[in-house]
Write a new protein. Sequence first.
Length: 309
Amino acid sequence: MPIRLDVDFPAKSVLEIEDIFAIDNTRAEHQDIRPLKLLILNLMPNKIDTEIHLLRLISQSPLQIDVDFLKVASHDAKNTSKNHLDKFYLEFSQIVDTCYDGLIITGAPVEQLAFTEVDYWAELVEIMEWSQRAVTSVVHICWGAQAGLYYHFGIDKLPFPEKMFGIYQQKIEYQHRLFRGFDDRFWMPQSRYTGINEEQVRNQPKIKVIAKDDHARSAIVLSEDEHDIFLMGHFEYDTDTLEKEYLRDHERGLTTAQPENYYEGEKITNYWRAHAHLFYHNWLNDVYQMTPYPLTEIRQRQQKRKLKS
């Protein structure tokens, strides 16, 4: 899927080296197709790595995607330059009157805090509420999934005795369009200190667990109206992302164990790449089928209001 990026967007050169389609605005404007309009709320500290991870996964289809990146105004990012954020990221006030086909809310390294203690919680709540009326489908990742389940459905997060860290096999519990082409079992990277209250999940009729691991922990949860998708893990991770995190933890004096099911001897084995690409391909195809006309009509009404004003 050709991704529409500014010509000097840093991830563009990386993707081109990997033979992944990324086109600039001039070429995109001459393609006679309806682009998908996608928004990524990037809450991760190293934003450029996360940009590359996600753009890589949403690039494998013949459709064109316009991607906007969103930052929270109520938090100062310390690991990404202000110049990069000012140039390539929008704030919520700039997109509140815009509609999107899809939204991705990433994880964030704040899961050991109570939700309301996170400095941008109020802003995130505003964005999640807005997404229910202005976005066709939302993918929530890791802490973003926990935050979404808590806000929308009252599902609490619970601490694990030790960090869940590694690659874990998941089993499909419910056949859904998101799993087109999937094997019955698939692998997903996990890196978190908390899980969700599984009893509350079972007792919440407005959500459905569509994939679980072998310990009956939810892996992918879907809202009843299929508007919101909650991924408890990180399909988007690179092969060496967990290794980098493991080394970083030890540099900080943490006693994190080696990631489970990750090394074969000293070599890293990637078990999740194919299903990661397939999942996002299925999601984007699903979104494209659902949104061409309603979203276009909404945008036309918004444009008419702007012209009148």
